[in-house]
Design a protein around this ligand. Structure first.
Ligand code: CA
Length: 63
C-alpha cells in the first residue's frame, strides 16, 4: 500500500510535516494498526520495503 493521492508516482507527505521520509511510512503503519485495533479492517501485516517511504499492509475488509 502506498498513499499517492496526487498521482505523481511518489508517496505523499501523509503526516504533513513537509518531508517524505520514513516518518510517513511510520504514520501509515500506525493508522493501519489503529484501524485493525478498532476492528475496521483485518490487518495481516505491516512492514516497510526497500524504499523507506513505502509501507505494505495486507488488509481484508470485514463482510
Ligand atoms: Ca511527512
Amino acid at each position: 500500500m502506498r498513499i499517492d493521492e496526487d498521482g505523481d508516482g511518489w508517496t505523499d507527505d501523509v503526516n504533513g510535516d513537509g518531508h517524505v521520509d520514513l516518518n510517513d511510512s511510520r504514520f501509515v503503519r500506525d493508522v493501519v494498526r489503529q484501524l485493525g485495533r478498532e476492528g475496521k479492517v483485518r490487518v495481516g501485516g505491516v512492514e516497510f520495503m526497500g524504499c523507506a517511504t513505502w509501507a505494505v499492509a495486507e488488509m481484508r475488509r470485514f463482510v
